[in-house]
Write a protein that binds this ligand. Structure first.
Ligand SMILES: Cc1cc2nc3c(=O)[nH]c(=O)nc-3n(C[C@H](O)[C@H](O)[C@H](O)COP(=O)(O)OP(=O)(O)OC[C@H]3O[C@@H](n4cnc5c(N)ncnc54)[C@H](O)[C@@H]3O)c2cc1C
Length: 318
């Protein structure tokens, strides 16, 4: 997701310094210039963001969005960068990171209210410790609550939207809104009702259960993930969504994708929908892998694979 149709280039060092000075006059937070995105993505790939901001509070997030819109600066929100491919050229705009704000987890009866900058697994564990069930099958998925909600992440038959009541967002004009689960239009790895919005928190209605039982499911789920997935290598999770009634990994394997290499990137020999950065891979290596696999699957199965991976800093479709 990146915003602003007409945007101004801000990669010039003098201009970005000037913008940071203007931001700091009214907005609390940390502002970095020319920040390498490879340090903010699980792929360990990506050129520099002209500006990288950690606003200090929700109010500061809202002010920063208004500032970007008023100046014509393109902006995007990052969670923990675990489903993102940033181009080798980087992103000529402002990346907004909520990891230093929006970090609350509050429990009120069967309701759990959490901030978008919170690491998702900490929310799952806190719910389980407090005897609240419904999130435990998501254990081990990397990322923050904002990214989890935007991507409608899921595993083992559960998804983050299952027990959701509503999401708190800031829209392009900086206004705060509450969006119901229905209006967020959740479907498989998608939440079209949240497009163009910055999520800063959400409320869930969970199911009372014995805490020991839930914590055991958390442990078992993590063990199972590590057995099945490639959890410790630099990847961004699944490259492609599963097509209806099919599995992307199965299709990729059937066209000989496992182990395919471009530059420093390789399709995992154990999970065909995961690309692994084995030796200093670049975004352009990932793009080569994606396009080759898409072509092979299209030619052999007449199925057009859709990317799950989110792209940042690419001018056109890759
Ligand atoms: C090893 C590994 C295993 C994985 N396994 C799974 C799995 O089992 N199931 C699954 O569903 N996913 C999986 N993923 C993918 C990833 O963890 C999820 O997509 C997760 O939801 C991304 O969260 P994030 O905070 O890292 O988001 P990011 O990657 O930072 O962002 C993803 C998208 O969400 C947007 N976004 C992030 N935060 C906000 C916000 N606050 N407001 C608005 N938009 C926002 C970004 O702009 C971007 O478009 C895996 C990834 C890895 C690396």
């Amino acid at each position: 997701m990146s915003h602003s149709a007409e945007h101004i280039p801000i990669s010039d060092h003098f201009l970005s310094n000037q913008l940071v000075e203007e931001m700091q006059a009214d907005i609390r937070g940390r502002f970095l210039i020319n920040e390498p995105m490879s340090g903010h993505t699980s792929f360990r790939i990506g050129g520099p963001a002209s500006l990288y901001a950690y606003p200090g509070s929700i109010e500061d997030v809202s002010k920063l969005i208004k500032f970007c819109v008023s100046k014509g600066i393109q902006y995007t929100i990052i969670g923990y960068g675990t489903n993102m491919l940033v181009s080798d050229m980087g992103f000529d705009g402002c990346v907004i990171d909520l990891a230093e704000s929006c970090r609350n987890i509050d429990i009120d009866g069967n309701r759990l209210i959490a901030g978008a900058g919170q690491w998702g697994n900490d929310i799952v564990r806190k719910a389980a410790e407090n005897g609240l069930g419904g999130l435990e099958k998501l254990s081990g998925i990397p990322g923050g609550l904002g990214g989890w909600l935007k991507m409608n992440c899921g595993a083992f038959g559960s998804s983050i939207s299952d027990h959701l009541i509503s999401t708190n967002v800031i829209c392009n004009e900086g206004k705060i809104q509450t969006i119901s689960k229905h209006d967020a239009k959740y479907s498989y790895r998608s939440s079209t009702g949240l497009d163009g919005k910055t999520i800063f928190g959400a409320e869930f209605l969970l199911v009372p259960e014995k805490s020991e039982k839930l914590l055991q499911v958390v442990e078992d789920t993590i063990t199972e993930r590590y057995r099945r997935n490639i959890m410790t290598l630099p990847s961004a999770g699944s490259l492609f969504k599963n097509p209806p009634d099919n599995y992307a990994a199965k299709l990729i394997e059937s066209v000989g994708g496992k182990g395919m290499q471009f530059g420093g990137m390789e399709i995992s020999p154990s999970h065909a929908n995961f690309a692994i950065n084995t030796r200093g891979g670049t975004a352009s290596d990932v793009v080569d892998l994606i396009n080759t696999i898409k072509m092979l699957v299209q030619d052999n199965h007449n199925i057009e694979l859709e990317l799950e991976l989110q792209l940042l800093g690419f001018n056109d479709e890759i």
